[in-house]
Design a protein around this ligand. Structure first.
Ligand SMILES: Cc1cc2nc3c(=O)[nH]c(=O)nc-3n(C[C@H](O)[C@H](O)[C@H](O)COP(=O)(O)OP(=O)(O)OC[C@H]3O[C@@H](n4cnc5c(N)ncnc54)[C@H](O)[C@@H]3O)c2cc1C
Length: 483
């Protein structure tokens, strides 16, 4: 249940597997809201393409691109567009540019970093010695993102360069987030290569050796008509495959022992009851906790311990041609130490072709996040004034938008705080004691769209093995024994 990208991708992978095995599938996707998509919401209005939730996904993780291919959406994929695409950051009173490749830890970018004025000489010098900072011995103690990056690159580089990107992805506080759970590849670089710069260099060399000159994609991609097309196409394909899709079907509880022989009983709002041989919970962790409490109290308690951050996106459309002249790059990020209300602003109509009609500009502000959740209590007018003041102060944008859309996202972003990986292992172990019961979604192995799709597909494969493998032992799985 749960008709966000994870629930729909799991159903799609299951239907695909059923088709390949020639098995009959009776599958229902239950979505509590009136529409499918969860965090993915695209609104078309006045020729604008407004993204309420995510606006793009990473191309370095293949699952989302592969699913686009299966859904015949590849021709609709668009690269980041117009402008020079440079990354801007609000730092010490104004917007400053810093090199795109910096986050890839290329030491060659340190000179342009100095010219940008984002960091002091001393901070850049400290960053440069990362090459010689020894790898931390494996102590078993988990580091926060703040501790990891400050240790390797110095505190200034962490605050000025790393933190704003962490906030952009997780809307989180880097002093709480686990480095191992959020950016495992950086820890891997430290362990395998001795550091971030060395790891980046080795990775670039390996990629160069395997490049075959295929059509190149930018780091992030989106769909021409907005990410909502992903959901529309998934729903179409699932219907064609005979999967039953129900919106407005809010599930209140899951329990064991259906009256008609099904192992699981689902209680829906309105009093309806359904029975199922297997259940996939693709709902946020705190919802899954409530649903599961009767089946597995211990896992429910652990699920409750996954904290969430709340965010807001505000899209503002301007007809004023003067605005377009002020938009450099694709937007900017704001480090937390600047103590401002914005996490980031994106010039959506510069970044993505077709987001606004010619002569108009669409700007998207990202606000809230861990520690700044009070902003969700503002009404739309207060928020609009707040965002306009911030844009004026930081980027000199003074026009009046002719269209504003506000999306509040309470408890939307799972926070992979220290202990997350261990918690998820224990939750999975607990749930595995109930054959046919699965969890998937943003709360566990990555919250980006490609991570959600990959985890959903893994879940569907485990479920199809459970349902159709003749050799599968349906007794409760004792994972501890297998480890
Ligand atoms: C503002 C914002 C911006 C983001 N930007 C990006 C980005 O640019 N790129 C990127 O890769 N990721 C981004 N993300 C993250 C990504 O969008 C999400 O992590 C991902 O879409 C979550 O998918 P999901 O299916 O796990 O969960 P959801 O989308 O939350 O889906 C869960 C579904 O379960 C339903 N549900 C809940 N309770 C019940 C119930 N009791 N019964 C039935 N149904 C129920 C919900 O209504 C919902 O539809 C962003 C997230 C947000 C909030």
């Amino acid at each position: 249940m749960g008709g966000g990208i994870a629930g729909l991708a799991a159903a799609f992978a299951l239907a695909e597997r059923a088709g390949a095995l020639g098995e009959l599938l009776h599958c229902t996707v239950l979505e509590g809201q009136p529409a499918f998509g969860g965090k993915i919401v695209t609104h078309h209005i006045h020729g604008l393409v407004v993204e309420g939730g995510p606006d793009s996904f990473l191309t370095t993780k293949p699952a989302a691109l592969a699913l686009c291919d299966k859904l015949e959406l590849t021709p609709q994929l668009i690269n980041t567009g117009q402008g020079n695409g440079s990354a801007l950051t609000y730092s010490k009173g104004r917007l400053r540019e810093f090199p795109q490749g910096l986050i890839a830890m290329a030491p060659t970018h340190l000179g342009s970093l100095f010219r940008s004025g984002v960091m002091s000489w001393a901070g850049i010098a400290r960053m440069a010695v990362e090459w010689w900072v020894p790898a931390r011995p494996a102590t078993g103690e988990e580091e926060t993102l703040a501790a990891f990056f400050s240790r390797r690159l110095g505190a200034e580089a962490f605050h000025r360069l790393i933190e704003p990107f962490v906030a952009g992805i997780y809307a989180g506080d880097a002093n709480e987030l686990s480095a191992a759970a959020t950016f495992p590849q950086f820890l891997e670089w430290e362990h395998a290569h001795g550091g971030l710069m060395k790891g980046a260099l080795a990775t670039r060399r390996a990629r160069a050796a395997h490049r075959h000159g295929s059509a190149s994609r930018t780091l992030f991609t989106s769909l021409r008509g907005g990410l909502g097309d992903f959901i529309t196409r998934l729903v179409e394909k699932l219907s064609e495959a005979g999967v039953s899709l129900r919106c407005g079907a809010n599930v209140l509880a899951v329990s064991m022992g259906g009256r008609h022989g099904g192992p699981y009983r689902l209680e829906l709002a309105g009093g309806e009851e359904l029975e199922a041989e297997a259940v996939v919970l693709a709902t946020p962790a705190y919802v899954s906790a409530e649903l599961l409490r009767a089946v597995d109290r211990e896992s429910a308690t652990l699920l409750d311990r996954i904290p969430y951050a709340s965010t807001i996106t505000m899209s503002m459309a301007y007809a004023d041609p003067e605005i377009a002249g002020r938009l450099r790059g694709h937007g900017f990020v704001v480090p937390r130490i600047e103590n401002r209300g914005l996490i980031a602003a994106t010039w959506s109509s510069m970044k993505w072709a077709g987001r606004a009609p010619a002569g108009q500009s669409l700007i998207r502000c990202y606000l809230g996040g861990r520690g700044r959740e009070h902003l969700l209590e503002m009404d739309d007018d207060e928020l609009t004034n707040h965002a306009r003041r911030e844009l004026d102060m930081m980027a000199g944008i003074r026009g009046r938008p002719f269209h504003v859309e506000v999306y509040r996202w309470p408890r939307a972003m799972p926070q992979y705080v220290r202990g997350h990986r261990d918690r998820v292992r224990r939750i999975r172990r607990g749930v595995a004691r109930h054959p046919g019961l699965y969890l998937t979604g943003a709360a566990y192995e990555g919250l980006g769209i490609p991570d959600c799709i990959r985890d959903a597909e893994n879940t569907a494969h485990a479920l199809s093995d459970f349902l159709w493998s003749s050799t599968f032992d349906r007794r409760p799985v004792a994972i501890e024994d297998a480890e």
